[in-house]
Design a protein around this ligand. Structure first.
Ligand code: ZN
Length: 286
């Protein structure tokens, strides 16, 4: 299944994207796609049964309706840094021996096609196409072998980053990762059965039609079971939490000279099986 959410900010509803691309309103199912929903795998089974009965009669969601963040109210968003060896190289940083872990404020989360707001006075706003996943059952001290039992689904994420805030102003990366609209997620959460092999997904990102990033999830340094197991040693991974697994090469700061975003730029990105998203850059004030 492909779980979407739609509607304007403050008035968002759950929906589904069907095999043929049709989007339907799933309000009739009675739950939103939040932690309570993801906590119990039985909810996914019930949703599937609901869809089989109701998909044809449920209200359609028109293509011009805004897509909202495909996970409702995640408790936290954890990101992994430099998780592709070739990206670590372009960033001029050593290949990490343990996962680099940082947080992104959940207030940065927005819909997949919402405009990205370049922060006030920002000179170094940058893009990062990433494979993210959402936690199902709560995870504490899980083994790599059991890790995927705690993953409810996968999604596309653009981990927007302000490099000066992230790298030149001291302290933690969180400052350069958390600006409003710096985490467009979706278009949908794909349940694991939707993907043939999560370790072999092509991923790409274009700016103004020009390809900047082109990679494959198979070249991650730490794979998803390793990340779930590792993180669960330090904190509870709660239902609905989102974890983003790092970006392949081709970010703006990796070019010589570096390329950063300006108002009017259009960023498009996608991952095999997880759809595409598009953000147009606007200045913060507008
Ligand atoms: Zn990232």
């Amino acid at each position: 299944m492909k779980l979407i959410r739609f509607g304007n900010e403050g008035d968002e509803s759950p929906g589904l994207q069907l095999e043929d691309g049709t989007r339907i309103d799933a309000t009739g199912f009675g739950m939103d796609w939040d932690g309570a929903f993801f906590a119990d795998p039985a909810n996914m089974d019930s949703l599937k049964a609901w869809a089989e009965t109701n998909a044809s009669s449920a209200p359609k969601v028109s293509n011009d309706t805004r897509l909202a963040p495909c996970v409702a109210s995640p408790g936290k968003m954890i990101c992994i840094g430099l998780n592709y060896s070739d990206h670590a190289e372009e960033a001029g940083m050593p290949i990490p021996e343990e996962p680099i872990v940082f947080f992104k404020a959940t207030s940065a989360i927005c819909g997949p096609n919402d405009p990205v707001k370049i922060p006030r006075d920002s000179q170094k706003t940058d893009w990062e196409v990433e494979l993210a996943f959402v936690i199902g059952k709560r995870a504490n001290y899980v083994t790599e072998a059991d890790a995927l039992d705690h993953v409810a689904g996968y999604l596309l994420h653009n981990d927007y980053s302000e490099r000066a805030y992230q790298l030149e102003m001291g302290g933690q990366w969180v400052k350069g990762k958390s600006c409003d609209t710096f985490a467009p997620i979706g278009p949908f959460v794909a349940t694991p059965d939707e993907l043939d092999d999560v370790n072999n997904l092509g991923m790409w990102l274009k700016v103004n039609g020009e390809t900047k990033q082109s990679g494959n999830s198979g070249t991650m340094i730490f794979n998803i079971p390793q990340l779930v197991s590792y993180l669960s040693n330090f904190m509870s991974l709660m239902p609905g939490d989102i974890i983003s697994t790092g970006t392949p090469p081709g970010v703006g700061m990796g070019f010589n000279p570096p390329q950063f975003m300006k108002e009017g730029d259009v960023v498009e990105l996608g991952i095999d099986g997880l759809g595409e998203s598009r953000q147009e850059a606007v200045n913060y004030a507008s």
